[in-house]
Design a protein around this ligand. Structure first.
Ligand SMILES: [Zn+2]
Length: 164
């Protein structure tokens, strides 16, 4: 009898814990409780331009070489266009030739959220603002030293604060 119970437990446990994990992911992805800045779609629409809304809230991408900041070489800080959180410094911006602002590291690791993105048949890592959940772009592993990373960001997801 003991043996049977044990067998049942062993076979059921992984399934149960698997379910819990899936549930946890769902809650995280739902975004309701996750972000410090939570606004309804209507509120974001009022605050953002249509282009910013499409990119930040609907995970869109601006066309390469069309954004306001890919060719910006001034010294300063790049903040989230939706919530103002400082995300990148001009110190880590570099010419990737991609047509999008590219950085090899964020100001703070905690200010960037990562999600697996399997859309368009590609396997990419999406990056989001950790404060408001706004879509920023993707991170790739073909960046320069010292990190080897390329944070490829939409200009529309950023606002630039020039250093005085
Ligand atoms: Zn934000």
């Amino acid at each position: 009898m003991k043996r049977i119970i044990l067998t049942v437990l062993v076979s059921v446990l992984p399934i149960v814990s698997g379910c819990f994990r899936a549930e946890e992911n769902k809650t995280r992805k739902g975004g309701e409780m996750k972000y410090e800045v939570n606004k309804s779609e209507e509120e974001w629409k009022k605050q953002l331009t249509p282009e910013e809304f499409r990119i930040l809230r609907e995970k869109g991408t601006e066309r390469a070489f069309t954004g306001a900041l890919y060719d910006n070489h001034d010294k300063g800080t790049y903040v989230c266009a939706a919530c103002g959180e400082p995300l990148f410094s001009s110190e880590t911006k570099y010419e990737s030739g991609s047509g999008w602002p590219s950085f090899y590291q964020p100001l703070k690791k905690e200010s960037i959220d990562r999600e697996e993105d399997r859309s368009y048949g590609m396997n990419r890592t999406e990056i989001l603002c950790a404060k408001c959940g706004g879509h920023l772009g993707h991170v790739f592993t073909d960046g320069p030293k010292p990190t080897g990373l390329r944070y490829c960001i939409n200009s529309a997801s950023l606002k630039f604060k020039k250093e005085d």
